[in-house]
Ligand binder design. Structure first.
Ligand SMILES: NC(=O)c1ccc[n+]([C@@H]2O[C@H](COP(=O)([O-])OP(=O)(O)OC[C@H]3O[C@@H](n4cnc5c(N)ncnc54)[C@H](OP(=O)(O)O)[C@@H]3O)[C@@H](O)[C@H]2O)c1
Length: 387
């Protein structure tokens, strides 16, 4: 943690760490929309460590966490320490700049976890320092970044975070030789997919999947009823969608991205303020994203099913030898218990392997996007990660 001006209190560090944990919990309040804004919490502390007020952001168009806490504190905000999970913003968007609001309220000191990666909003810390406040950055930063990992990547890279979901047989197939693919995974896994879809703001498939499966791509509950808030349905590819396809049924918004360039598709989605794409295939589209280094997370449902023939879960990645295999890193393995007498499936969650540091560099930093066609020393990781 870095201290500015050398005048920061240190005796209240325990209170501040506890307040930051509380602010993180407030930020993670269930029901807060995960997009397009970050989740942010704020706690105002008196000198003796007592909580004066708390606040959190409830989504785009509502007051920011600091403004929420300041409104609750009223005049009692004067002289407090604001403990906030994200650097107070410096710009006027749908709401006013928080840095200015903290200054005007007479807050004495600000402790924040994560610096604002948003070029439009950053600069709050300097505004606060210029006004004479003591500012400390970095308290529980790792936790704050983890809380907003999708938003952070989206803002840092100017494109949505991409989670690629696949369902495959034991022999890695996503469809049988005759093209049939429903249902490879069990009912419980499909329910789990709906849960994950609901965490994203966009569900993306290729025109081939729409033609073959006619998926609705909506989020439905356990009784198969559509949820109120639906992600955008995006279909990518140059061919027209046949009329009457379920993605065109009006039960959620749909956009047809008439391109085969994953980067151009993500740019269009970023323009629609989309932060998190849930890429559901099919194999050719998934391969295009992997090859472009634009997959940030993989969620694979592996079913105890053998086909022996049929399409692979992912198309050609341009890999001809095992030394060049992509080796993403497992972060979670969960057995999805079967329901109604079905066998369980296994859900694997993976992230791209970190790229090796450039020769002669002490910094393990690496570009997050690493096209496969760029020469790389084997074994090549799944490109796309920042972790
Ligand atoms: N098990 C699973 O998890 C899963 C998930 C989804 C689908 N599937 C199965 O996959 C099968 C469909 O496979 P698919 O590969 O045809 O589906 P797809 O990947 O959804 O669609 C392929 C089409 O997408 C378009 N496209 C857009 N950008 C592309 C790019 N960069 N590279 C290649 N194509 C691009 C092309 O059509 P244009 O001519 O329109 O450009 C292409 O023909 C179905 O049997 C489906 O059931 C399985």
């Amino acid at each position: 943690m870095s201290s500015e001006h050398g005048t920061g209190r240190t005796d209240g560090a325990g209170h501040e760490a506890a307040a930051m944990r509380r602010a993180l919990a407030l930020a993670a309040t269930p029901g807060v929309p995960l997009s397009p804004n970050p989740r942010v919490g704020c706690v105002l502390l008196a000198d003796d460590g007592a909580t004066v007020a708390e606040g959190f952001h409830r989504g785009a168009g509502t007051p920011h966490a600091e403004a929420d806490a300041l409104a609750r504190a009223g005049a009692a905000a004067r002289g407090t320490t604001a403990v906030v999970t994200l650097e107070p913003c410096n710009h006027t968007g749908r709401t006013g700049p928080c840095a200015q609001a903290l200054v005007e309220a007479g807050v004495r000191r600000v402790v924040y976890a994560q610096s604002d990666p948003n070029p439009v909003a950053r600069g709050g810390a300097e505004t606060l320092r210029a006004a004479g406040l003591v500012v400390e950055a970095g308290l529980l930063e790792h936790d704050a970044r983890a809380l907003n990992r999708v938003w952070t990547l989206a803002v840092e890279h100017g494109r949505p975070f991409v989670t690629w979901k696949l369902a495959a047989t034991l022999d890695g197939r996503s469809a049988a030789a005759d093209g049939t693919s429903r249902w490879i995974s069990g009912r419980a896994s499909r329910r789990d997919v709906h849960r994950l879809r609901a965490l994203a703001d966009t569900v993306l498939v290729g025109t081939g999947t729409v033609a073959a499966d006619d998926p609705a791509l909506t989020v439905r509950d356990e009784q198969d009823r559509p949820l109120e808030r639906q992600p955008l349905r995006a279909v990518m590819g140059e061919s027209d969608l046949a009329p009457g396809r379920r993605v065109l049924d009006g039960s959620a918004e749909t956009v047809h991205l008439r391109t085969r360039d994953p980067r151009a598709a993500l740019a269009q989605l970023a323009g629609l303020e989309r932060r998190h794409v849930f890429l559901e295939g099919g194999p050719r589209l998934a391969a295009a994203f992997v090859r472009a280094g634009l997959v940030d997370e993989i969620v694979a449902y592996v079913a105890p099913v053998l086909l022996g023939a049929g399409a692979s879960a992912v198309g050609d990645l341009g890999i001809s030898t095992v030394a060049a295999a992509l080796r993403p890193v497992l972060t979670d393995v969960t057995v999805i218990e079967g329901v109604a007498g079905e066998q369980p499936d296994v859900r694997l969650t993976l992230v791209p392997a970190p790229l090796p540091a450039p020769r002669g560099s002490d910094h393990p930093e690496h570009p997050a996007e690493h096209p496969v066609d760029q020469p790389a020393a084997p074994p090549a990781p799944i490109p796309g990660g920042t972790r």
